[in-house]
Design a protein around this ligand. Structure first.
Ligand code: MN3
Length: 197
């Protein structure tokens, strides 16, 4: 497997004032790096996993746990850090200082939710209701239907058989330096730096 930490395509301060440079730097160089390092460590003793992509591992993690006889503690580490690694890869990739609209996705969102604004309203409401750490997701399920939901911790939509399209990090490390307890403001402002819709 050619596992790497994807480079950020923008500077730490590129998303100011919506996401501050210090948060970006710590989030990417400490948090994401740690998920990446710990994921590599967690799979290193399983040659079968080393042959797979990270997405394949996280998608099939429960089945793999059984077929490869992975102890529960190792399995949890692979889930947590594999999810953390993939979740952040998507989060960075859909943000940027300049819009790069994904017209295909916008068309799907319009068809499913009526309008992008409508979709954002539903997404924000779902994200706002989430208790504790986790992520808010827009996913496409196996029947090509778009769905909004949240998952706790670093759980991944891939494990549920869904393809993640939009990912919002709701962990305090993603916003606390700038927004403190004002998570709803972070959620609202975050759309200013989502480049794809
Ligand atoms: Mn995070």
């Amino acid at each position: 497997m050619n596992l790497e930490l994807p480079k950020l395509n923008y500077a730490f301060d590129a998303l100011e004032p919506y996401i501050d440079a210090k948060t970006m730097e710590i989030h990417y160089t400490k948090h994401h790096q740690a998920y990446f390092d710990n994921f590599k460590k967690a799979i290193q003793n399983y040659p079968e996993l080393l042959e797979m992509t990270a997405i394949k591992i996280v998608t099939d993690i429960n089945k793999l746990g059984t077929t490869l006889n992975i102890p529960a503690s190792d399995l949890q580490k692979i889930k947590n850090h594999g999810g953390g690694y993939l979740n952040h890869n998507l989060y960075w990739s859909i943000m940027g200082p300049e819009k790069e609209l994904n017209e295909t996705l916008i068309k799907k969102i319009n068809a499913e939710f009526g309008s992008v604004e409508n979709f954002k309203g539903q997404f924000n409401e779902t994200a706002g209701r989430h208790f504790g750490s986790g992520w808010a997701w827009l996913v496409e399920d196996s029947e090509n239907k778009l769905k909004i939901y949240t998952l706790p911790n670093q759980d991944s939509p891939y494990t549920l058989g869904d393809e993640p399209l939009i990912a919002l990090d709701l962990w305090e490390h993603a916003y606390y330096l700038k927004y403190q307890n004002r998570r709803p403001d972070y959620i609202e402002n975050w759309w200013q730096v989502v480049k794809i819709i």
